[in-house]
Design a protein around this ligand. Structure first.
Ligand code: MN
Length: 264
């Protein structure tokens, strides 16, 4: 039986990275493309609940691939694909190939990773693929890696309850230093607010400043910085450390709310 592969992204349905990936994946399984009709980078895991979603069949850039554009988010695209558009069973979801890295704290804002999370919520093997550049992006290695992973997943079982967030340095294959299995690093941004005036009212643009990288070995950022491909397994459990100090800090709350008893 053919492997059913759903491909989506957050750069919009005609982004070149998506079609480079489809070209490789179609060798492995039956590909369907369902992706936002325009760029949705930074939309995270958002699902559209307050307006209707329009879906259009679109002309694929690779013959015979079924493709639909969605007037919504990457996560909306996955929901519509799995619930309605895919005629055959979907076994595997790819999101990308994104132009630009999704490293560290980016995973909470990334539409590329957000779409993969929607696949994860449906308990399907889900892979987010990004290349760490916005210019002259080398999609070929990422596409090939996608094809290899799809074959692997077809051949055997994929671990339950994780998704893979994969980032590649923007290098030709002969310059890539290897593959590292990583944890999330820290990359933060100063958000700049740029005011303007449209002739009637003031408006504000939130502009992402330059990222501040903490380069640490074993992290996704560390891997990319040293020219390696980073594979980070993610899950949705965001629970922080149960630190004794925090428990102590909150310990008076039951009394202050007149609930009696201690903080359990
Ligand atoms: Mn993007």
């Amino acid at each position: 039986m053919d492997l059913g592969i759903l491909v989506t992204n957050d750069d919009g349905i005609y982004a070149p990275g998506l079609w480079m990936l489809v070209e490789e994946l179609q060798k492995v399984g039956q590909v369907i493309v369902v992706a936002p009709d325009r760029e949705q980078s930074g939309i995270g895991t958002a699902v559209t609940l307050h307006q209707p979603l329009r879906v259009r069949p679109v002309k694929p850039l690779i013959p015979k691939i079924k493709a639909y554009s969605v007037e919504g988010t990457p996560a909306d695209s996955v929901i519509l694909a799995l619930g309605m558009l895919a005629e055959n069973k979907v076994n595997l979801i790819f999101s990308g190939i994104n132009e630009g890295a999704n490293l560290g704290d980016d995973v909470l804002l990334s539409g590329t990773v957000g779409a993969a999370f929607q696949g994860y919520f449906h308990k399907l093997p889900s892979i987010a693929l990004s290349v760490a550049s916005w210019e002259n992006v080398h999609f070929d290695v990422a596409a090939k890696l996608g094809g290899l992973l799809a074959s692997k997943i077809m051949a055997g079982s994929f671990p339950q309850g994780i998704l893979l967030n994969i980032n590649l340095p923007n290098l030709p294959v002969e310059k890539i230093e290897g593959i590292e299995f990583t944890r999330l690093g820290q990359r933060s941004y100063a958000d700049l607010i740029k005011p303007g005036y449209d002739g009637k009212r003031e408006y504000y643009w939130v502009v992402r400043g330059n990222p501040h990288w903490t380069i640490e070995q074993g992290t996704d950022i560390g891997a990319i910085e040293t020219g390696k491909i980073s594979i980070t397994p993610l899950h949705s459990n965001l629970t922080g450390n149960y630190e004794a100090s925090l428990r102590e800090y909150l310990s008076s709350l039951p009394r202050e709310l007149r609930l009696g008893g201690a903080l359990a």
